[in-house]
Design a protein. Structure first.
Lengths: 832, 466
């Protein structure tokens, strides 16, 4: 860890002031020596070094303070700056002579030789230095904060007048004017409009994550020919109103919310109730819940008013956001574990909502952003005053189980694991047996102890093993009512009985505590109204309100940037989860502000914001390549064309199900993880969560076990569910090709697609091919493609017949192989 | 979420990628022979090392407890650390002793590896820019943590191609999930085919308690390697058709290097089906060989398998193999956990060196051991060490390496490199040099500028060259 700021932090945070203990050193100096110092050395130090190496420096670099004789001799992080009489051991001399490439001071230009000579003389004469006194580090936090607040992202968005543009006819909306103005300034032009087919595919995948159906395509093409504007607006509204919208956009939020259905880490324990949070997110998007309310509920839904039990339950489920994170359930140290959970919560909240990394201030002030360790512990107090309820069963390996939240509902609803009367009786019987065995084992151990023959390691495992089995059964029995109907449990948080401020942990070390830090929010952002938590409450509700207040400079910007990324393949700020000083600068800062304020003006409506963007001219640009524009802006930062994009894992899988007619659009009840119930992955419960070959529901409903993702997701750059991940990787690796060539899921989709085509009566060979192309690519084949398809089919059949005597079977194989080729091809996976 | 066709897709090359279009009239085989970007290429100058195995120790291994002997630290145990107020120096709980003819100092944590002391060139003066995992880990792999840049393996593959056209040229066994993820074996703006192929993924969550410290645990196998439905001739016919569809897309889009990457990946996948299963099948190895790597022992099984797989992969012509092992982030419980982590790796690594030698591969295979940074000589808590980017150790062995030498030094306690400092850029330059590549000449033109792995930095560490 960086040593430089720590020095300052310690002084600041723990109220520790470094004082010079040694007495004056100047007593024995001669007047000549003092004169030498005063005329040759001190002025140079003041003028050339004090900017970074004085107690009054804004930021002291390298821990080196040259204000007093003592501090100079002591030196900084690298060691003594001056050793009287020894040039070799005086780093200051090494630095000013520029002999070491890594240590050259002053950094910008070497001092004149004459001055260097004076320093040589001075050190050789014993470095006489009359300066004594205490060092008081005066780095003013207020000043650093003022400077920190100047970072673009920490300033409130400013209302922007759309700029004037040359080609006024091109721009259909204000948004377009922001894009066009930059292009015009760069002497560039936007690419032409995309054709109707590309626009429809784009809209369909962007808004609902599925390919357009052939009949949607037909209608849209007709409507577009009549009037593109009306066609577009109608289609956008249709998609926004579709229940598939929430499944698509809810999943985007789940990436940022690091949604997973198990604890991950060392001992991977299932979260059988996590799916409730997933469904809450999907429903919220479908209901166009205002984004500010959406965030508030996830952080403090349990503390918000609700006018019915159903609403209350919904808000309690929302706080699952804070409970679903990865956890080291085998952590031995209770205190450490609690801090780890809180740390993870702080990380998820600040990165997902504000694209700011606060959690690195656990051990030291943030190295790059104006977030202090104090800020961190101010937030930590809020979360420590809350209880995280995530369930999980204690076993030999984990002792960190927690309660769950019980919802104010009469029934758990479908999806939660139910037990039949028979199962209940069996479980109770088994529990009785285990308890008996447990008592007996304990007695045996006691007896062995008495006789001195006990093997403690073996006994420990035996006893804990039994205890685990008892815990598991008890948890299962408690998860249902006496009749086996599941109780309405959920993951979530609630306030502890007493709230308290956190003690700062020096260097994040839980054995090294500092001052208590009053609960609050990072100082750099709090220049608007204050939201100091009331001492009686955890402060989560205040945090939720503060995060979503219109004065928070980040929340709206971070969201619209995420929306922009999903629609254009690149954020206005490329680093979606990092708006700090190490993040990227916005390519169009004015546009970002404009959109943020539009979001707020639209009452934080995500659907309305998406609608406005989708109806812009910018969204309609074609992705056509243009050599001239490419030469000027190869990364398309100015957005001179639409970015060609690759379908993400879910869309790819869902598309295969859709075009093969297998997709089940009904929402499944619960999740395979809920069905499996409590337990540890790999220990007596279903181990094949990765195998989802037979699942026909949309991909958002596949089991998301941390570190055990199904191939259909894991191989295609799905977001790591343990990390807040706004953006996904795009990789091209042969393991993806192998999946598309050989996986039974793809083979099944291909044969089903073939069967679907065969089932249409009266199609000739070419019409069948055309139908397949339309399903897969939303366009008919070209003549050349038809010819190649024909050639492929004959060649394939010719060979297939040598292997398969039944011509009908050979024909079906050929057709399936043709369909699989379409599914595996690049065009199927690309959005132009 | 729908990513753009990342930067790699935006090759601003004068030609259009590999020039498929020019060869579209030729047969598949002819075209491949002429244009395959993976064909072996001549190095810039003759070199001993032909391939690399990088043993990547994720989390920051403690150098003062392994390869950097600090007798002064022992004496100063418990004294305040100069550069961190309040912290106390912590002597290594393990003894160091000299090994081999060269007398290399290695701690008791690596008893098996120590037998190969005379093969190792230990660099004690490594340093990197930041003491934070994601940044340092990405910098170790790509040279740069601020921007997405090609990884070391991708550059190597780009520079040299690969010897076996039926296997990926760059394979990452059990790569880390976090800390930069796919970036660490990514190709960034280099053509997509130079990207590393991940096999398995790092999991420090083995189901069995005994495997908890084994680190990399997932079985190293490639899923979907076999087609159960189509015979080989039929699949070839199908792939030719897929290729023609993709070529059509390429033609329409004019400029779409990612589609070229997809075409390449299908061809490679097809060839891998024939070759990879037998290479990855460790059952073909004798009991004795497996024992050499500690396969079968709970503590060493997982990493041992990966090391043996790495050996077989390079034996079969893979250019660059990375094997990741974690977690070395020993903030707490140093005494127990570092012992467990080293125990999980000692025998497998020693076995790998012995086996490579036996197969006559060590002479031209470069083996590298290191992590993203080292750890502080002072304690965190009472039994842990913090991150230290200012001084740490790597070692290299095999092709082109002068064995039994030690390069550079940290200060008396191991806090920072003071002598013969080697930055990550310098290490990158050295690895490329050992492979016969001049790091200043291995460039790729992207967005109008020539990029290098080492940017404007990098000095080859000549002292360790044979």
């Amino acid at each position: 860890m960086d040593l430089i700021p720590r020095f300052t932090i310690l002084a600041l945070v723990s109220g520790f002031v470094m004082t010079s203990g040694i007495g004056a050193a100047g007593d024995s100096l001669s007047a000549e020596q003092i004169a030498f110092f005063e005329s040759n050395i001190r002025p140079v130090l003041v003028e050339k070094c004090f900017k970074c190496h004085s107690q009054s420096s804004e930021k002291i670099k390298g821990g080196l303070i040259l204000d007093t004789r003592e501090s100079t001799l002591k030196g900084g992080d690298s060691g003594a700056a001056v050793t009287p009489g020894s040039l070799d051991e005086s780093l200051l001399y090494t630095a000013i002579t520029y002999q070491d490439a890594d240590l050259q001071m002053p950094p910008k230009s070497k001092l004149p030789d004459e001055i260097v000579g004076k320093f040589k003389e001075w050190i050789e004469m014993g470095a006489p230095d009359p300066r004594t006194g205490d060092i008081k580090i005066a780095a003013s936090p207020a000043m650093n904060l003022e400077k920190g607040r100047q970072h673009w992202a920490y300033q409130a968005p400013v209302a922007q007048t759309p700029p004037a543009v040359g080609d006024a006819a091109w721009a259909k909306t204000d948004l377009d004017r922001f894009i066009l103005a930059k292009l015009e300034t760069a002497g560039m032009k936007p690419s032409g409009d995309a054709n109707a087919r590309d626009v429809l595919r784009r809209l369909s995948f962007d808004l609902i994550g599925l390919p357009p159906t052939p009949s949607q395509l037909e209608h849209f093409l007709t409507a577009w020919a009549r009037d593109p504007e009306t066609a577009l607006a109608g289609m956008v509204d249709t998609f926004l109103a579709s229940p598939q919208f929430g499944e698509r956009w809810g999943r985007h939020w789940l990436d940022a919310a690091r949604y997973g259905e198990s604890s991950g880490k060392e001992v991977n324990v299932l979260y059988p109730y996590a799916y409730r949070y997933r469904d809450y997110v999907i429903d919220s998007f479908n209901n166009d819940k205002p984004y500010n309310a959406f965030i508030q509920e996830q952080i403090a839904g349990d503390l918000m008013p609700a006018d019915s039990d159903k609403k209350r339950a919904e808000k309690m489920v929302a706080t699952g956001f804070l409970a679903i994170g990865p956890k080291s359930l085998n952590e031995q140290n209770t205190r450490q574990f609690r801090f780890d959970v809180v740390d993870e919560q702080i990380d998820a909240v600040t990165r997902a909502v504000m694209a700011t990394t606060v959690s690195c201030a656990r051990c030291h002030d943030h190295k790059f952003d104006p977030i202090s360790q104090k800020d961190y512990y101010a937030l930590a107090g809020i979360f420590l005053s809350s209880e995280t309820c995530y369930g999980t069963v204690d076993s030999v390996q984990t002792r960190r189980g927690s309660p769950l939240v019980e919802l104010p509902l009469a029934e758990a609803g479908p999806g939660a694991k139910a037990y039949s009367p028979g199962e209940l009786i069996e479980m109770q019987f088994r529990l009785g047996q285990l308890q008996e065995q447990y008592a007996k084992t304990l007695e045996e151990v006691r007896e062995e102890r008495r006789q001195g023959t006990a093997n403690d390691a073996t006994n420990f495992l035996k006893v804990r093993g039994l205890q685990s089995q008892i815990n598991l059964l008890e948890t299962k029995l408690q998860s249902v009512n006496a009749d086996g109907v599941p109780r309405p449990f959920a993951m979530g948080v609630r306030d502890r009985d007493e709230s308290f401020d956190a003690q700062l942990l020096i260097r994040g070390d839980d054995e090294n505590t500092g001052d208590r830090i009053p609960r609050g929010f990072p100082a750099v952002f709090t220049h608007g109204p204050s939201y100091t938590p009331s001492p009686a409450e955890s402060g989560r509700l205040d945090l939720a309100k503060w995060l979503t207040s219109e004065d928070n400079p980040l929340t709206a910007r971070v969201l619209v940037n995420r929306l922009w990324y999903e629609l254009f393949g690149r954020g206005i700020v490329s680093s979606l989860d990092n708006f700090g000083t190490t993040g990227d600068h916005p390519s169009h800062p004015e546009l970002l502000d404009y959109l943020s304020l539009r979001l707020i003006a639209n009452h934080w409506s995500i659907k309305q914001t998406l609608r406005e963007i989708c109806l812009s001219r910018t969204y309609r640009m074609s992705s056509a390549f243009d050599a001239e524009s490419f030469a000027k802006d190869p990364e398309n930062l100015l957005h001179w064309r639409a970015n060609p994009r690759r379908l993400d894992a879910e869309s790819l899988r869902d598309s295969m199900l859709a075009v093969s007619g297998q997709l089940d659009l009904k929402r499944p009840e619960g999740s395979p993880v809920a069905e499996a119930g409590d337990g540890t992955v790999g220990r007596g419960i279903r181990e094949d969560f990765k195998n989802v070959t037979e699942e026909k529901h949309r991909s958002v409903y596949l089991p998301i076990i941390r570190d055990q993702l199904p191939d259909a997701l894991g191989l295609f750059d799905f977001a790591d569910p343990s990390l807040v991940a706004g953006a996904r990787d795009v990789t091209t690796v042969p393991s993806q090709a192998l999946y598309l060539m050989n996986h039974p899921f793809v083979q099944k989709a291909a044969s089903e697609m073939g069967a679907r085509i065969l089932a249409v009566p009266g199609l000739d060979k070419n019409q069948r091919a055309a139908y397949a192309f339309t399903l897969a690519y939303s366009r008919p084949p070209t003549d050349e493609e038809l010819r190649k398809t024909g050639a492929f089919l004959s060649r394939f059949l010719e060979t297939a017949r040598t292997e398969e005597p039944d011509p009908k079977k050979a024909g079906a194989t050929a057709l399936a192989s043709f369909c699989q080729s379409l599914l595996a091809s690049a065009e199927f996976r690309y959005l132009d | 979420m729908n990513p753009v066709l990342s930067r790699r897709s935006l090759l601003q090359t004068a030609s259009c990628g590999f020039g498929y279009m020019a060869f579209s009239a030729l047969s598949t085989l002819q075209a491949e022979q002429i244009t395959s970007p993976l064909s072996p290429k001549a190095p810039h100058f003759p070199a001993k090392a032909k391939r690399v195995i990088f043993l990547c120790m994720r989390g920051g291994p403690s150098h003062v407890d392994t390869f950097d002997y600090k007798p002064e630290l022992k004496k100063a145990n418990g004294q305040p650390a100069q550069n961190r107020p309040g912290a106390k120096l912590l002597a290594s709980p393990w003894e160091f002793s000299q090994h081999g003819k060269s007398g290399q100092w290695i701690s008791s944590l690596y008893p098996n590896l120590a037998k190969h002391a005379d093969e190792l060139a230990i660099i004690n003066s490594m340093h990197t820019d930041l003491p934070a995992h994601p940044q340092a880990f990405v910098q170790m792999h790509t040279g740069n943590f601020q921007f997405v840049r090609p990884s070391l393996g991708a550059w190597t593959l780009y520079g040299l191609g690969t010897e076996n056209q039926s296997l990926p040229g760059f394979i990452s066994l059990s790569p880390a999930n976090g800390v930069g993820g796919a970036q660490n074996y990514g190709s960034a703006f280099l053509p997509a085919i130079y990207q590393g192929t991940p096999i398995g993924s790092e999991q420090n969550r083995g189901a069995a308690a005994g495997r908890r410290f084994a680190g990399a645990a997932q079985e190293a196998s490639i899923p979907n390697i076999k087609n159960d439905k189509l015979s080989d001739p039929l699949q070839r016919i199908q792939l030719d058709y897929i290729k023609s569809l993709n070529m059509e897309k390429l033609r329409q889009d004019q400029h779409q290097p990612e589609v070229e990457g997809i075409i390449e990946s299908f061809e490679l996948a097809y060839r891998m089906q024939a070759e990879l299963p037998s290479v990855m099948n460790l059952d073909q190895e004798s009991k004795e060989t497996k024992a050499l790597y500690g396969i079968g022992d709970n503590a060493t099984d997982a990493f041992g398998r990966n090391c043996l797989a790495a050996c077989r992969l390079v034996e079969n012509g893979v250019r660059f193999v990375e094997v990741t092992h974690g977690n070395w982030d020993h903030h707490r419980g140093l005494k127990n956990s570092l012992e467990n982590t080293t125990a999980a790796t000692d025998k497998p690594i020693a076995g790998l060196l012995a086996d490579l030698k036996r197969r006559d591969l060590l002479k031209d295979t470069l083996v590298i051991w290191g992590g993203e940074f080292g750890r502080t000589p002072y304690a965190q808590g009472t039994d842990g060490r913090d991150h230290n980017n200012k001084g740490f150790s790597f070692w290299m062995a095999g092709g082109g390496i002068k064995g039994g030498v030690r390069h550079g030094a940290t200060d008396e306690f191991g806090m920072q490199a003071v002598d013969g400092k080697v930055h990550i850029h310098d290490w990158h330059a050295t690895v490329l040099h050992l492979m016969g590549l001049d790091h200043t000449k291995l460039t790729y033109n992207y967005a109008g500028r020539n990029f290098r792995l080492t940017d404007v930095y990098g000095n080859v560490v000549k002292e360790i060259l044979a």
